[in-house]
Design a protein around this ligand. Structure first.
Ligand SMILES: *[C@@H]1O[C@H](CO)[C@@H](O)[C@H](O)[C@H]1NC(C)=O
Ligand SMILES: *[C@@H]1O[C@H](CO)[C@@H](O)[C@H](O)[C@H]1NC(C)=O
Ligand SMILES: *[C@@H]1O[C@H](CO)[C@@H](O)[C@H](O)[C@H]1NC(C)=O
Ligand SMILES: *[C@@H]1O[C@H](CO)[C@@H](O)[C@H](O)[C@H]1NC(C)=O
Ligand SMILES: *[C@@H]1O[C@H](CO)[C@@H](O)[C@H](O)[C@H]1NC(C)=O
Ligand SMILES: *[C@@H]1O[C@H](CO)[C@@H](O)[C@H](O)[C@H]1NC(C)=O
Ligand SMILES: *[C@@H]1O[C@H](CO)[C@@H](O)[C@H](O)[C@H]1NC(C)=O
Ligand SMILES: *[C@@H]1O[C@H](CO)[C@@H](O)[C@H](O)[C@H]1NC(C)=O
Length: 529
C-alpha cells in the first residue's frame, strides 16, 4: 500500500512539475517579445520602462562617436560608390591644433551657427531643382553619433526617389567632421539647421547647466534656503532640472518650428515632413511606402493625421516588479538609464535570435497597414505629418510646452489626448517596417557583442531577404481600436520639465516668424568658421 501511495505522490509531483514548466513556457513566450499578428507586443524603446517612469537614452554625452566600426561584413553589402560616407578620416591630432582650438571657442561656434541658420543654404539645389510645395522633407535630428549617421546616409542614398526630397539635418552639436560628412551628400538636396540653444554653446548658463542651478536631488526647503536659481520649480517628482534631459525635447520642438514656420523655402509647403533620427536606417522603398500610406489614408481614413513607417527592431517586455521599481525610483536619471541599458543588453544577449521571422509582414506579398490610435512610444519612429496637422499642434502648444515630461513624444501624446472637440491622433502605419532603429546598443557597450556593425548587418540582411516584396502596389488596411496602452489616459508626466525656464524657452521658440535668407553667398564663409 505505501508503495502505491508513493507512486501517486510521484505522479502528482511530475504533473505539478510539468504544469509549472508549461506555465513558465507560456510566460516566457508572452514576454519574449515575439511579434504576434494583429497586435503589438509591448515595444519598449529606449525609455526602458513603461510610462510612469519613462527615461530617454542618455543624451548630452558630448563626445563624438565616430569609430570605424564598419566590419567587412557590413561593407560588402554597401555599394562601392557609397563607401565614401563610411570612411572615417582620422583627426589630425599631431602637430597643428588650429582646427581644435577653433572648435573649442564657443564664441566662434555660436557665430558659425547663426551664420549658417541665417544663410538657409540648400546644397545641391542647382542639380536637383528647387524645393516645391509638395517636396517630401526629411528632418533628421542629429546629436553626436556619427557612426550611425553614416549608415543612415548610406541607406538614404539607396532609396528610390530620394533625389526628389529635401534632407534637413538638424544639429544640436556643432562639429566640422559632422558638417563635412553632411555636406558631402551628393544624391539629393541638403540643408543644415543648427539648434541655437544647445548645451555645447551654453555650457555654464541656461539652457545648459548654470552653476547656481539647484542640484537635481536637493530637497525643496533646502533649495529655497540655498537660494538657487530654480528653487521654486522642481518637477512633479520633486527633482530639479538636468540640462541633458531637457535638450532633446527642446531640440525636437525647435526643429519642427524651424521647418514649418521659419524657413523661407517652406513658406508655401503643403507636403509631408518625415521625422528621422541619426540612428535610424531606412529601407529602399520607404518613399514609395509613404506615398502608398498617404493614398490609402486619403481613400479610407481622412482622419488619419499621422503616417508611420517604423517599428522597433526587437520588441521586449520590460518587467519591473515592485521592488525593482522602487529601487529604480531612488536612482537618478543617469543611473536609471544605465540600469535600463544593462537590462536591455542582457535581454538582447539572451535572445540574439531575432531575424526576419520577427517581421512576417515585411515578407508577404499582401502587405498590411494598420489604422490605430497614435501612441508615443510605439509610433515615434519614422513618422510624418503635414502643415495642417502641425497647425493643429501649434494651437495647443501650451499643452506641449507645459506638460511636466521631458520626452517630446509623451508631450505630443498628452496633446493628442486633450484636443478639445477632437479625437486623439490616428496613425496609419505599415506593419512591415521601413525604418529601423540601429542605435539600440547605445554608446556605453563598445565591449559587448552588441556593436553597430552587428545590428547594421542584421538589418542589411533582413532587407536583402525582403527585396522581392518591396514596392508593393497595394496594401490591405485594418482598423483597430488599439490596445490598453494606446487607450490609457496619461495621468501624470515623467517629470524633468518642471523648470519655468524650460517652459518659457519652449514657448519662445514658437514666436519666431519666417526669416528671409541672408548672406546668400556665404557657404564659403561659413565653411571657414
Ligand atoms: C562587432 O561584433 C562583431 C561580432 O559580433 C565582431 O566580429 C566585431 O569585431 C565587432 N566590432 C567591433 C568594432 O567591436
Ligand atoms: C574601417 O574598417 C574596415 C574593416 O575593418 C576596413 O576595411 C576599412 O579600411 C576601415 N576604414 C578606415 C577609413 O579606416
Ligand atoms: C596634419 O596637419 C599638418 C599641418 O597642418 C599637415 O601637414 C599634415 O598633412 C596633416 N596630416 C594629415 C593626415 O592630414
Ligand atoms: C598651425 O599652422 C599654421 C599655418 O598653417 C601656422 O601659422 C601655425 O603657427 C601652426 N600652429 C602650430 C601650433 O603649429
Ligand atoms: C575666439 O576666437 C577668436 C578668434 O578666432 C578671438 O577673437 C576670440 O577672442 C576668442 N574668444 C574666446 C572667448 O576665446
Ligand atoms: C506654393 O504655395 C504658395 C502658397 O500657397 C503659392 O503662392 C506658390 O505659388 C506655390 N508654389 C508653387 C511652385 O506652386
Ligand atoms: C494634411 O493631412 C491631413 C490629414 O491627413 C489632411 O486632411 C489635409 O488635407 C492635409 N493637408 C494638406 C495641405 O495636404
Ligand atoms: C523668452 O522671451 C522673453 C521675451 O523675449 C525673454 O524675456 C525671456 O528671457 C525668454 N525666456 C527664455 C527662457 O528664453
Amino acid at each position: 500500500m505505501p508503495r502505491v501511495k508513493y507512486g501517486s505522490v510521484v505522479r502528482g509531483l511530475v504533473i505539478l512539475g510539468l504544469f509549472c514548466l508549461w506555465l513558465q513556457i507560456m510566460l516566457s513566450a508572452s514576454s519574449g517579445g515575439i511579434y504576434r499578428d494583429g497586435e503589438y507586443s509591448e515595444s519598449v524603446v529606449y525609455r526602458g520602462m513603461s510610462n510612469g517612469d519613462a527615461i530617454s537614452e542618455l543624451p548630452g554625452k558630448e563626445e563624438l562617436m565616430n569609430a570605424n566600426e564598419t566590419s567587412e561584413q557590413v561593407l560588402r553589402l554597401v555599394p562601392p560608390e557609397l563607401h565614401k560616407y563610411l570612411t572615417v578620416h582620422a583627426r589630425n591630432a599631431s602637430g597643428n591644433s588650429t582646427e581644435k582650438s577653433v572648435l573649442r571657442n564657443i564664441t566662434d561656434i555660436r557665430r558659425a551657427i547663426q551664420r549658417n541658420n541665417d544663410a538657409q543654404t540648400i546644397y545641391n539645389e542647382d542639380i536637383f531643382g528647387p524645393v516645391q510645395n509638395d517636396t517630401l522633407i526629411i528632418a533628421i535630428q542629429v546629436h553626436t553619433r556619427l557612426t550611425y549617421l553614416r549608415h543612415l546616409i548610406v541607406s538614404l542614398a539607396q532609396a528610390r526617389g530620394i533625389d526628389k526630397t529635401l534632407l534637413v539635418f538638424s544639429h544640436d552639436y556643432y562639429d566640422e567632421e559632422i558638417n563635412t560628412l553632411v555636406r558631402s551628400i551628393d544624391f539629393t538636396k541638403v540643408m543644415q539647421i543648427f539648434y541655437p540653444y544647445s548645451i555645447q554653446t551654453h555650457p555654464h548658463e541656461f539652457p545648459g547647466r548654470d552653476p547656481n542651478d539647484c542640484p537635481r536631488d536637493a530637497k525643496y526647503d533646502a533649495a529655497i534656503k540655498l537660494g538657487c536659481n530654480n528653487a521654486k520649480h522642481p518637477d512633479l517628482h520633486g527633482h530639479y532640472r538636468e540640462a541633458e534631459y531637457t535638450q532633446t525635447k527642446h531640440h525636437w520642438w525647435w526643429k519642427a518650428n524651424r521647418i514649418f514656420n521659419q524657413l523661407q523655402c517652406t513658406a508655401g509647403h503643403t507636403g509631408m515632413v518625415l521625422f528621422l533620427e541619426e540612428d535610424h536606417y531606412v529601407a529602399e522603398d520607404f518613399i514609395h511606402m509613404l506615398n502608398l500610406l498617404k493614398s490609402t489614408a486619403d481613400k479610407t481614413c481622412p482622419y488619419c493625421e499621422i503616417l508611420s513607417l517604423g517599428t522597433y527592431l526587437k520588441t521586449y517586455q520590460y518587467h519591473v516588479n515592485g521592488d525593482k521599481r522602487k529601487k529604480q525610483l531612488t536612482l537618478n536619471y543617469i543611473q536609471q538609464v544605465h540600469a535600463a541599458n544593462e537590462e536591455r543588453r542582457r535581454r538582447q544577449q539572451e535572445s540574439q535570435t531575432w531575424n526576419f521571422q520577427v517581421y512576417p509582414n515585411l515578407y508577404s506579398s499582401k502587405q498590411k497597414v494598420e489604422i490605430t490610435p497614435w501612441h508615443s512610444s510605439m509610433h515615434n519612429m519614422g513618422f510624418a505629418f503635414n502643415r495642417t496637422v502641425w497647425n493643429s499642434i501649434m494651437e495647443l502648444q501650451d499643452l506641449f510646452c507645459n506638460y511636466d515630461d521631458y520626452n517630446w513624444d509623451y508631450s505630443l501624446l498628452k496633446l493628442s489626448q486633450n484636443r478639445p472637440g477632437r479625437e486623439k491622433f490616428r496613425v496609419i502605419l505599415c506593419k512591415g517596417p521601413r525604418v529601423f532603429h540601429i542605435g539600440e546598443c547605445g554608446i556605453h557597450h563598445k565591449k559587448s557583442n552588441c556593436n553597430a556593425s552587428t545590428v547594421i548587418s542584421k538589418v542589411q540582411k533582413l532587407l536583402q531577404n525582403a527585396k522581392s516584396y518591396m514596392y508593393p502596389n497595394r496594401v490591405t488596411a485594418t482598423i483597430t481600436a488599439g490596445g490598453a496602452k494606446q487607450n490609457k489616459k496619461l495621468v501624470k508626466g515623467n517629470g524633468g520639465w518642471g523648470d519655468i525656464r524650460d517652459r518659457e524657452l519652449c514657448t519662445n521658440m514658437t514666436k519666431i516668424g519666417r526669416q528671409r535668407k541672408q548672406y546668400t553667398n556665404t557657404p564659403h564663409l561659413a565653411d571657414l568658421l
